[in-house]
Design a binder for this molecule. Structure first.
Ligand code: NIG
Ligand code: FE
Length: 391
């Protein structure tokens, strides 16, 4: 039997179980303890009631919360786009066209280089408290390059997404229908075994609603679950398509009509907001308040990629969401943990209650509110994943 460890003297524990502690969605327990056995949480509650265990760790009056669940990133890539960012900060607008630069660099890179870049960014995310991370293909856009990206990603995370439909591959610029046939045919055959999810960039300059429907439907028929890059740069059909197909998540949600908001609120499709993208493209902020007030489930993620959002920091996204998107600190922390888990249709992560995976963060602060209150400060002191302290 594996040994048990109690983490005690926790000033504020975020459980994300509203039946615990203060009864809020975060289920805050003050002066708390967590007991970990093997890779699971086996007990959560007030320090003074903690059961006897083999080992004891003193959290020193700090806050503990579930590890962040980053449900949207693009980490299989080569090169960077510093020049494009520089030009944008001098006034040039963001467009999907920049993706081609990364496609060329990614195709030219060897497996070892791609995997080294991926692991470097995963380690960077872990140091900032991310214990589950979804990542996508989408910078290969050939059968071999997409399958390679997914194969490499699957060595590091179980949350792997096939995004052959990121943009139309340059070779098919004059034949988008031919590219959709490839993405739903030979490329899907090669990619489906390595992925859990299928995604499409539904946007002007990428794929329209009918193309997106064909791609997601083909993926579903192969056992992949849909998620959608929806309504990022303009109004469009992406969000409603995501809801219609019961996608786990509609991501970006920057340009929403009242119908889009109502559709999300009436569904189990999570609205995943990616404030790093608006920060780095100077786009308008998604209206988190409007979605929350309508009753939609909101997740926060980094969208980490070399073009529109080159940050792996969930604490940074929390601070942006609070300052710029009018979320409360409690809402933002929920969305970065339980919200991300909902966007991945997972119930074993994003909470700290018996049976959950022992993925947790110890902050150098007495409360989770400091994640927004002290922006840019490296507050993540310890990270435990599957019951093992890794940071
Ligand atoms: O989520 N919107 C599409 N894809 C990425 C950007 C990719 C890139 O610019 O390289 C996004 O923002
Ligand atoms: Fe993205």
């Amino acid at each position: 039997m594996s040994s048990s460890t109690v983490i005690t003297n926790i000033a504020t524990l975020v459980t994300n179980d509203p039946s615990l502690g203060d009864g809020s969605p975060l289920g805050l327990v003050r002066d708390a303890a967590v007991v970990v056995e093997g890779d699971r949480v086996v007990w959560t509650g007030a320090s003074r009631k903690a059961p006897a265990t083999d080992n004891r760790v003193d959290a020193g009056g700090r806050a503990v919360l579930p590890g962040f669940v980053d449900s949207h990133s693009h980490l299989v890539f080569a090169g960077d786009r510093t020049e494009e960012f520089n030009a944008r900060m001098s006034g040039r607008p963001y467009s999907a066209g920049g993706i081609r630069t990364t496609v060329a660099a990614t195709r030219a890179a060897g497996d070892a280089e791609l995997e080294a870049t991926l692991t470097r960014h995963l380690a960077e995310a872990l140091r900032q408290g991310t214990t589950t991370l979804e990542t996508k293909s989408g910078y290969g856009l050939t059968v071999e390059d997409e399958a390679r990206a997914l194969r490499l990603a699957a060595r590091h995370t179980e949350e792997v997404t096939y995004l052959g439909a990121h943009i139309v591959a340059p070779e098919y610029a004059d034949d988008p229908a031919g590219y959709v046939a490839l993405v739903t045919g030979e490329m899907l055959d090669a990619c489906a075994p390595h992925a859990r999810w299928i995604d499409v960039f539904c946007e002007k300059g990428a794929f329209d609603g009918e193309q997106a429907r064909a791609i997601l439907t083909a993926g579903k028929a192969r056992g992949l679950h849909p998620r959608v890059h929806a309504n990022q740069l303009s109004f469009g059909p992406g969000v409603r398509l995501a809801v219609e197909l019961d996608a786990a998540s509609a991501d970006h949600c920057t340009h929403l009509t009242d119908e889009d908001v109502a559709a999300l609120a009436g569904s189990r499709t999570v609205a995943t907001l990616l404030p790093g993208a608006e920060f780095s493209t100077r786009g308008p902020w998604p209206d988190a308040r409007r979605l929350l007030d309508a009753g939609a489930t909101v997740a926060l993620s980094t969208d980490c990629n070399p073009g529109s959002s080159y940050t792996s920091s969930m604490p940074f996204c929390i601070a942006l969401a609070v300052r710029e998107m009018h979320m409360t600190p409690d809402e933002a922390v929920w969305s970065a943990t339980a919200g991300g888990a909902a966007a991945l249709r997972r119930d074993d992560i994003g909470r700290l209650t018996p049976g959950a995976r022992a993925d947790l963060v110890v902050l150098d602060a007495p409360s989770h509110v400091h994640l927004a209150y002290r922006p840019g400060v490296p507050l993540v002191r310890q990270v435990w994943r599957r019951g093992v302290r890794e940071v």
